[in-house]
Design a protein around this ligand. Structure first.
Ligand code: ATP
Length: 222
């Protein structure tokens, strides 16, 4: 049996929204991954503002994904104490499932904040990365990051010789494997949803119905 190809989709999921689901599926298809594993951060070191308790965020991700084929949820970061550093999760998953071919999936905005990561050079080289387009940023901004200085961005500049909608693999001589995934723009964010909920908006756009019901029941983001 061939080794499974699984995308690791981490985040605060505060709360999980429809764009998380849409972009994860677009990435699964674009890279022909077998499954996407959603991993909510237990203690996100970089996003502590308005943070719902980890158990609630985990449960909302469970509700949003439970009926979607190819999606699964892992509580590894919620169970672990201390800050949820991505490198610790990658090390644990690679050690526990050495045959699996893991890909770390993240939005363009998340990679652009790489300077705030813990051991970014290790994260970049541990597994291949898939970077999803996100409105508000350009893939070209990645070429300005010093952590990615060794990556050959010349294929990105070749506007005429490639399909702009196809995934674009980039590499560095020292082991970075990065695929840019130009998915259709999806404009929802957790920040906008929390703002609408806090303002008392009745029908907040971008929430899966089961997640909206859970938020109401548990009076989250009030
Ligand atoms: P917040 O506004 O609270 O920061 P968020 O949805 O941007 O919410 P996370 O829940 O941490 O943040 O997102 C998890 C992952 O999903 C990150 O890698 C993020 O870049 C990506 N992501 C979230 N929303 C989108 C989107 N609309 N398009 C592309 N990627 C997204």
């Amino acid at each position: 049996m061939p080794a499974p190809r699984i995308g690791i989709f981490g985040g605060t999921f505060n709360p999980v929204h429809t764009c998380h689901l849409r972009v994860a599926e677009a990435c699964r298809k674009a890279l022909a991954l077998d499954r996407i594993r959603f991993i909510p951060a237990g203690e996100p070191p970089l996003k502590r503002h308005d943070l719902a308790p980890a158990a609630h965020r985990l449960e909302m991700v469970r509700l949003a994904t439970e009926h979607i084929a190819g999606f699964e949820v892992d509580a590894i970061e919620v169970r672990r104490s201390g800050p949820s550093w991505t490198i610790d999760t990658l090390d644990a998953l690679c050690a526990a499932f050495p045959a699996t071919r893991w890909t770390l999936i993240l939005g363009l905005d998340a990679l652009l904040r790489i300077d705030a990561w813990h051991r970014p050079d290790a994260v970049l080289r541990r597994v291949p990365l898939a970077v999803l387009f996100r409105p508000g940023a350009r893939f070209g901004q990645l070429a300005e990051l010093s952590a990615l200085a060794g990556v050959d961005f010349s294929p990105l500049l070749d506007c005429c010789g490639r399909d702009p909608e196809a995934p674009l693999p980039l590499t560095s001589a020292d082991g970075i494997r990065l695929t840019l995934v130009p998915i259709p723009p999806c404009p929802v964010s957790g920040t906008a949803i929390r703002k609408a909920l806090t303002a008392g908006t009745e029908a907040v756009e971008g929430l899966p119905p089961t997640v909206a019901a859970y938020i109401r029941t548990h009076r989250l983001y009030r």
